[in-house]
Write a protein that binds this ligand. Sequence first.
Ligand code: 5IU
Length: 474
Amino acid sequence: MSTFDEKLKLFAVDLYKINAIKFGEYKTKVGLITPVYCDLRVIVSYPQLLNTLAELIIEYIKKMQTFDIVCGVPYTALPIATVVSVKNSIPMVMRRKEAKDYGTKKLIEGQFKEGDNCLIVEDVVTSGSSILETVKDLKNSGIKCSDAIVLLNREQGGEKLLSENGIKMHALLSLTQLMQFLKEANCVNESVVEKVKIYLQNTQVDPNVLIKNNRLKLSFLERLNFAKNPVTRRLLQVMCDKKTTLCVAADVTSTTDLLNLAEQTGPHICLFKTHIDIVEDFHPNFLKHLKEIAERHNFIIFEDRKFADIGNTVQLQYSKSMYQISSWANLVTAHSVMGKGILEGIQQSEGLKDRGVFLLAEASCAGSLTDQSYVDATLKLAKQYPDLITGIVCQNPLLLEEPGVIQLTPGVHLESVGDRLAQQYNSPETVVLEKGADVAVVGRAITKSADPAAEAVKYKEVLWAAYEKRIASQ
Ligand code: 5IU
């Protein structure tokens, strides 16, 4: 055994000792049961081991070309990349993962030049998708990426996916080699080694399957077949027929302005989003006019009511009062925080037969309290109501397993980055190509412009071009 391998073996045993590698039955992110679990987050509590890992990486990369900068894949690899950077005097950049604060638009922190060659640092690779997310942001900032150094290759297809995307993966350890080392050191017995081997044979992440099930790569027409909710099917059809993914946010306070806006933007939108409780001269008669315009211009009326009470109250809010939302809006929004009661309440109310709900997972404004576990729980709730849920309102590309579910993203503006009340904007291209939006919500960029119809055409066209670019790229 070379001295490098000997050092690796000692390091592997140390990882086992600090519980960074565990054996038993663990649930993976996608719900599979795995007999081996690797979690390198704990390494920050063992500075000596972090130091050893950085030394191993530095020794390994001596054989490779030189790099201008290093970047760790957030979060676990950040401290690893930091130590590599410090020990090897190679500057580091950091990719932001969390939603940006109001006003800052930077994806990559640190100083770099266009064309700098960056080495990606990662702890464990399964499918390779986390590395690709980081690479995407680096490349968008003009940084070149061709190599990733990783501690452990789980040998589940990540290397292939990465190489198909132009990234060569260099792993200090493969899972098979790790098992061998641990067996030789009497940390595990033969039956555990065998279990891991069988698990690996059965759980290869096939890049082709990943791409096939990825809604972001499918056309709206293809996705129509997957949609279980009748309003979603109609929406997808309208989007294809009119070549538009634009939802106008009609935040105006008089019925005249609202009807004028519907008339002007109607030919260019798929959804017309109202906040009926901000209209000062509301009278039920005006809804007849709105419905007539919607039919004539073939768009769907969407009341952004954001229901957030117990099911019984939501049922009353949805179908009673002077607004009687359920009798004219095919789509509404609801918060997920109250759980299934809201969805049951909407489902069981009187009103239009075809109805759909956009469930809120994330907001566009700075300082919103939603976090990843809230997003995950929202998706789980949505899955339980496939016939009712039209989509999810969010700001990041959701891995919706179901291509028949729509991602709706507000906070879109071509010129502004935000308002004085914490709203944050992205460009139409960014929301479609980077944030995963299917339908984009545009409000004041259109409603406050001198010519809302012309502005709607402009947004429709940029959004549609971005969608076509997204499904064309592989
Ligand atoms: N809206 C957001 N952000 C959100 C959610 C809803 O902006 O996270 I949830 C609504 C509010 C407004 C519209 O009706 O979308 C955006 O309007 P402007 O484009 O004018 O900011």
